[in-house]
Design a protein around this ligand. Structure first.
Ligand SMILES: [Zn+2]
Length: 463
């Protein structure tokens, strides 16, 4: 503003030679200086004033929270599984295959197929004792077998591969039962030696690439498997495997993993430690958490619309104002992920920031997310968040020219360029936690020292 006003008043001065332009120019200059002071003060003052409470219902939060809950459940899985889409083969007129969609009840789903309402009622009533309809969720699959009159003969409802129920017509009624799936979870010790790649070594042992990549994830900050793994390196994993009717179904938790690297000349170890939420996770033999890098970007599928720039011309105020963060242009509603584990210190309205979220992390880090549309469920001052958890939705609140996320990071109170951060965090166990960890580690070590194969039957539905 000051750069703009000054030349103007000077040209006016030359033309008229009166004192007025100088007075006007002076006033403009004073106003400009005041503006800059007030605005920059507002920027620095971001965190200091109390926030107005926001109305979650007005933001349509309720509906969205359910989705985030689902996503969180998915993210909490030890090993994310790729569930293949069912082939919706509707070429057979006597067979309907479908999936429950969001906000849809089984009744509505079946009604949408134009099935007999009486049949639907009977099927659902008959299933009441075998299916816990409170557990049903979007994505559950069903299959309806019909006769020539489009009456239901058989209905199959699948909550998961382990939980399938069938209702079959018997005269004028339906009889339901659960499919007897023999589920067995065994803890298995896998040991191998590298001949070519680590990935291949897992495959050669009859394990899947999924386990190999999970293994590599555990040690990715300690070793670069691409360049540092060598023929002759040895590894071991203690993992739960779930079988259904004798067939491999999925992996459960990886309890421990070791990698003896010849290139590094050391033995890497990872032990899963079950503790309170914040401390549950993988640790090395000394009880130091395996490193978890911060997220590079808090949003996915967005473009940088304005980088970190200490001397940016502000798009609204047309002044040079530092841009102490990165702007990511995204659609309203795009999920925002927590940059690292931490505690929410602010979640609410904050002037030009619109809806602002501030999370404090270990090692003096703070992350800020501005112009949000809404906050995730349970996101309020004091809430603990995990890295990668969905904490908010991108919006266009406050001083914002379009939907975007302003993402800022401070280290010990000083703004830094989020694009240049290359930090990692790790937790350290102490006191009673360390004591408990040592005991569980020693137990696992005994199991790991044995012969490869099944070390324990964790669960067997036949027993
Ligand atoms: Zn910004």
């Amino acid at each position: 503003m000051s750069q703009h006003k000054l030349p103007l008043s000077m040209t006016m001065g030359r033309r008229k030679r009166s004192h007025w332009p100088w007075i006007l120019g002076g006033i403009a200059l004073v106003i400009a200086v005041l503006c800059v002071c007030v605005l920059s003060h507002r920027e620095d003052d971001d965190m200091l004033t109390e926030s107005d409470p926001i109305d979650l219902d007005a933001l349509g939060m309720q509906e969205w929270s359910d989705l985030s809950e689902l996503t969180r459940q998915y993210m909490d899985e030890d090993i994310p599984q790729d569930v293949p889409e069912p082939t919706l083969d509707n070429s057979n007129p006597f067979l309907i295959k479908g999936k429950i969609t969001r906000n849809q009840t089984l009744f509505v789903a079946l009604k949408n197929h134009g099935l007999d309402i009486g049949d639907i009622h009977q099927v659902i009533t008959s299933m009441q004792n075998v299916v816990d309809f409170k557990r049903t969720k979007p994505g559950d699959r069903y299959e309806v077998h019909l006769d020539v009159d489009k009456r239901i003969l058989k209905f199959i409802y699948e909550i998961s591969a382990e939980d399938i129920s069938i209702a079959e017509r018997n005269g004028n009624e339906f009889i339901a039962h659960k499919v007897d799936v023999h589920k067995r979870t065994e803890r298995r010790l896998v040991k191998g030696e590298l001949t070519s790649s680590l990935y291949q070594a897992f495959i050669d042992l009859g394990e899947s690439g999924e386990l190999a990549s999970h293994f590599m994830q555990l040690f990715k900050y300690d070793i670069d498997f691409g360049t540092n793994s060598q023929r002759g390196d040895t590894f071991s994993v203690l993992v739960d495997r779930v079988t259904l009717n004798g067939e491999f179904y999925r992996y459960g938790r990886v309890w421990a993993a070791t990698y003896q690297s010849n290139a590094l000349g050391k033995n890497l170890e990872a032990y899963y430690f079950e503790s309170d939420e914040e401390y549950s996770g993988y640790y090395n033999a000394e009880g130091h958490g395996l490193k978890r890098n911060i997220l590079k970007t808090p949003v996915v599928g967005c473009k940088v619309s304005s980088p970190y720039n200490p001397r940016r011309l502000h798009p609204i105020f047309k002044t040079i104002r530092p841009h102490r963060g990165i702007d990511w242009a995204c659609n309203t509603g795009t999920p925002v992920y927590a940059f690292a584990d931490g505690v929410v210190t602010f979640a609410g309205w904050k002037g030009g920031n619109g809806n602002l979220l501030v999370i404090e992390h270990a090692h003096g880090y703070t992350s800020l997310y501005a112009h949000l549309h809404a906050f995730g469920r349970g996101i309020k001052k004091g809430a603990k968040v995990r890295q990668g958890q969905i904490v908010a939705q991108v919006g266009n609140t406050g001083n914002s020219t379009g939907p975007h996320l302003h993402f800022g990071v401070k280290i010990n109170g000083e703004y830094v360029d989020p694009a240049k951060i290359n930090a990692s965090f790790s937790l350290e166990l102490t006191g009673s936690r360390l004591h408990a960890f040592n005991q569980s580690r020693d137990k696992v070590r005994v199991a790991m020292s044995g012969q490869p194969g099944v070390t324990e039957i964790v669960q067997d539905s036949d027993k």
